[in-house]
Ligand binder design. Structure first.
Ligand code: HEM
Length: 237
């Protein structure tokens, strides 16, 4: 176990931990967005049945939740450790302009990373714990087959009918976009993919993937309001 801790404490170990946990969190964000897209262009039963299927996993869902939380905690603590180590290893200012730019990017990663953490806490209080102060009242239960289950469709629809909530989610998607797009470029660096020919492709791919994810979430957040202006689209069921 101690070799694992020594590896984590080493500079390369920290970078590998960031890359592996970052990829896992990225996977979660993609799957979560794809699941949530069922809110669009579909009857309420679609997303409600999906949520019921997840809740019906019972203990397995808790295993997944604890796993996700551990990966998230490891990602955040490693980021803090690496950023502290970077700062203490650099008592004097950079001499080369390129390194200043790199340092700005990594500092903005810490800042956007903490914003993502803040959002996730808010998001859990909002949609998972349904704290009354931040979750608008919604039709709590819906019948699917013979059973009653959480009415996720009503919860999302009522929430995104509120401009404050829409704005909070929209602003966060911009931050998420920056974090994911920078994060994927750092991952490529850790993997040693630094070459004059590959760098522009990596930048474009990171930008595109981050745009699809943040854009998909943004569309969901704006959908209820958009549906008012463009009802013929049938954006929200
Ligand atoms: C517009 C975008 C999003 C929507 C509509 C959305 C929707 C939801 C809903 C409805 C739940 C609760 C599900 C339930 O109780 O059955 C949930 C949980 C969650 N969401 Fe999101 N989400 C969005 C974006 C995100 C993003 C960007 C992240 C991460 C950065 C995220 C992380 C989570 C986590 C960690 C949970 C808890 C999962 C669990 O308890 O099993 N969500 N989300």
């Amino acid at each position: 176990m101690s070799w694992l801790l020594s590896f984590w404490r080493s500079s390369i170990g920290g970078k590998v931990t960031m890359a592996v946990t970052g990829l896992m969190l990225f996977g979660f964000v993609v799957v979560h967005m794809l699941g949530n897209l069922q809110f669009l262009f579909a009857e309420p039963e679609k997303i409600n049945s999906y949520a019921k299927m997840l809740h019906d996993l019972g203990p397995l869902l808790w295993v997944a939740r604890i796993g996700l939380l551990s990966v998230f905690a490891l990602h955040v603590t490693t980021a803090i450790r690496l950023s502290r180590a970077n700062r203490s290893a650099r008592p004097v200012a950079y001499q080369r302009p390129g390194t200043v730019q790199a340092s700005m990017a990594s500092r903005s990663m810490v800042l956007s990373g903490f914003s993502v953490l803040g959002f996730v806490i808010y998001h859990l209080l909002h949609f998972t714990l349904e704290v009354p102060a931040i979750t608008p009242e919604f039709e709590a239960q819906v019948k699917i087959g013979e059973e009653f289950t959480k009415n996720v469709h009503s919860m999302v629809k009522t929430s995104f009918d509120n401009w404050y909530i829409v704005s909070a989610y929209a602003v966060f998607q911009v931050i998420l976009f920056l974090h994911l797009s920078h994060g994927m470029q750092s991952l490529a660096q850790t993997l040693g993919l630094q070459h004059k020919r590959y760098t522009p492709i990596i930048k474009l791919t990171s930008f595109g993937l981050a745009l699809v994810i943040a854009g998909g979430n943004m569309l969901i957040a704006l959908s209820v309001k958009l549906d008012r202006f463009l009802p013929d689209l049938g954006l929200v069921g």
